[in-house]
Design a binder for this molecule. Structure first.
Ligand code: ADP
Ligand code: MG
Length: 600
């Protein structure tokens, strides 16, 4: 007797449906996509019981003719692609022609749909994949799909559904994702009797306000960069808000919500040490790319995408997000009035939401394509940083009448510098007082300088007169072996001898004398301990090296040393935080002092 049997049509359809429809949210997602693909301007989603017993989606899109409506429920029935070439260039959210078929197989479905020019709408009722009724009803141009009793004929699936709050949360997330991706479409989500989301047609910014509240979105940093055939834009949460707000991440590729580890990593790494471990920044990133550069055809329900040239995407995202963060004013302020007193740059002419930004920032497109390389870090030292006003005293401009002018005037006597308790550097700035943590500042300077060394093939080593021999256990030995090429680039010269001995005979030129004997062991220890996944091994090495090589709290600094440190700090890419994420500088606005002393 033959063992192999062809499955019945009914069973096969249920199995196929399982791929597409996993929970009520899958139904909402598929129907939303259809409504969006149909060119709708307004979409109304209503669910009961978190979608388990009832889902209704009404749109004002193109609608379907009777002929199309009848075919739409067949497997692989789609109006969106015809040929393999079309598949390479899909511009719609759907294209598999499986959604209506699959949903119909595991629920009781009703469809009302009318195209412009017809008097009445087509009405269709399908039960567990079987057509039960075809007739005519009244309905506006557009489509309504009602899905009742999901999984009524597949008990195993039905029992897999989670409690209502969980299932509804998924639905809500999905609707809000599409609402973010398509701000020009009006979305309403009703659950039971309650309108949970109503988003009128708007800009993306307005949409964000609608979904997250204005207070939250006011704290976002916007960015937009155009590269050859790649456009990235979006909004980033400021690091200081990561604790207090939900750290959701939204990634849209050609307006489709997707997941991609590389892009997430790129965005996270842009925050570098700006946020604590375990905190998640909010971001909404929109990528636009020719469809043939991506493969969305991975799995019907999976949202992961594959990029053909992932490295350039990574580089582009990292550089765009990084420069956005760097451009935004990240200097923490001491005091209670967050909006009083701001740095004023002598060249800044343009102010924007949330403060004054340098205007000369100039972003370059990453190198993509043939070379397969991308520029990892944008050099932005030439950006005009408001903090430059601290140093480089300039002649006072002609009009000196206003005492507290905030418009490009800065102090002539900015050269005043003072070391407090061998720990902090105090300096006057146009809007008040600046306090710098000397260790953190130096750490930042060395960190960035060391990172840069990896890209320059310079001579950074200073030979030791008396080489230092180190006895290492096997684990430490392998760490040194593994990191040796990077250590060499940093300026360390180390000879490895079989098994357990390493000899250090050269150190980076900027290492303070006296630290030679311990620095390697300290680097090894930190390297083993630090499992911050956001950092690359190189960044980890640089971080430890910077910490160990920097001046400490308690070190006395001459005025020249302080001046030089401040100069270097303000040429750093991110002068505001040390590699561990602690602030490097804090400003105390004059206004704050005036308030304290009852002057205002
Ligand atoms: P796909 O979206 O992958 O093409 P579906 O099974 O989701 O497959 O839908 C099948 C077809 O039915 C679509 O290609 C489209 O032509 C039509 N259709 C589905 N929903 C709508 C709608 N809301 N408005 C207009 N046409 C629709
Ligand atoms: Mg579809």
């Amino acid at each position: 007797m033959a063992k192999i049997k062809v499955l019945s049509e009914e069973l096969a359809s249920k199995i196929a449906a399982g791929e597409v429809v996993q929970r009520p949210e899958s139904v909402v997602k598929e129907l939303l996509e259809n409504s969006i693909d149909a060119g709708s301007k307004s979409i109304y989603v209503e669910v009961k019981d978190a979608g388990k017993s009832f889902i209704r989606i009404t749109d004002d899109g193109s609608g379907m003719t009777e002929e199309d409506a009848l075919v739409a429920f067949e497997r692989h029935a789609t109006s969106k692609i015809e040929t393999y070439e079309d598949l390479e260039n899909v511009g719609t959210l759907g294209f598999r022609g499986e959604a209506l078929y699959s949903i119909a197989a595991v629920s009781q479905i009703e469809l009302k749909t009318r195209v412009a020019g017809e008097d009445a709408a087509v009405y269709l009722r399908i039960d567990g994949g079987r057509r039960e009724e075809v007739s005519r009803v009244a309905h506006g141009v557009g489509t309504t799909v009602i899905v009742k009793n999901l999984f009524y004929n597949t008990p195993a699936r039905r029992n897999f559904m989670k409690a209502n709050p969980t299932e509804f949360r998924h639905i809500y997330q999905t609707v809000s994702r599409y609402a973010l991706a398509f701000p020009e479409i009006e979305f309403t989500l009703q659950s039971g009797d309650e309108i949970v989301l109503r988003a009128k047609a708007d800009t993306i910014r307005g949409r964000l306000d609608e979904i997250f509240g204005e207070r939250f979105t006011d704290s976002l940093v916007a960015f937009e960069e155009d590269y050859d055939h790649l456009k990235v834009s979006g909004f980033l949460g400021k690091p200081e808000y990561t604790k207090r707000t939900r750290g959701e991440q939204f990634l849209f590729l050609n307006r489709r919500y997707v997941l991609n580890k590389a892009v997430n990593h790129a965005a996270f790494s842009a925050y570098e040490n700006l946020i604590d471990r375990g905190d998640f920044p909010f971001f909404a990133i929109f990528i636009e790319l020719p469809p043939n550069e991506v493969d969305v055809n991975v799995h019907p329900s999976k949202m992961e995408v594959k990029f053909k040239d992932e490295r350039s995407i990574y580089g582009a995202i990292r550089s765009a997000t990084r420069s956005a963060l760097v451009r935004s004013d990240l200097v923490p302020e001491m005091g209670m009035a967050p909006d009083s007193g701001r740095f004023v740059s002598r060249t800044t002419t343009e102010s924007s939401r949330g403060g004054i930004v340098p205007v000369m920032f100039n972003s370059r497109a990453p190198q993509t394509g043939a070379s397969g390389r991308y520029i990892e870090e944008e050099r932005i030292a030439d950006a005009v940083d408001p903090l430059f006003s601290l140093r480089l005293p300039q002649p006072r401009p002609a009009s000196t009448d206003s005492e507290e002018s905030d418009n490009g005037v800065f102090d002539t006597d900015a050269g005043i510098i003072y070391q407090l308790h061998n720990k902090y550097i105090i300096s006057q700035i146009s809007t008040g007082l600046l306090v710098i943590d000397q260790h953190a500042a130096h750490e930042r300077v060395i960190y960035e300088r060391t990172l840069k060394r990896f890209n320059e093939q310079g001579q950074n080593t200073q030979q030791l007169l008396f080489p230092i021999s180190m006895n290492l256990d096997p684990a430490d030995f392998s760490v040194v072996e593994e990191t040796l090429p990077d250590l060499n680039l940093m300026g360390f010269s180390i000879k490895m001898f079989s098994g357990s001995t390493a000899v250090l005979d050269g150190v980076p030129v900027d290492l303070k004398p006296g630290r030679e004997s311990t620095i390697i062991t300290e680097i090894i220890e930190d390297f083993k301990r630090d499992n911050d996944l956001r950092l690359t091994p190189r960044e980890k090495l640089c971080k430890t090296y910077a910490c160990k090589a920097a001046v400490k709290a308690g070190d006395y600094l001459t005025v020249e040393e302080m001046e030089s440190l401040i100069d270097q700090l303000f040429q750093a890419e991110v002068p505001y935080v040390c590699p561990h994420g602690r602030p490097v500088l804090v400003k105390i606005p004059l206004l704050e002092l005036d308030k304290k002393f009852g002057r205002i």
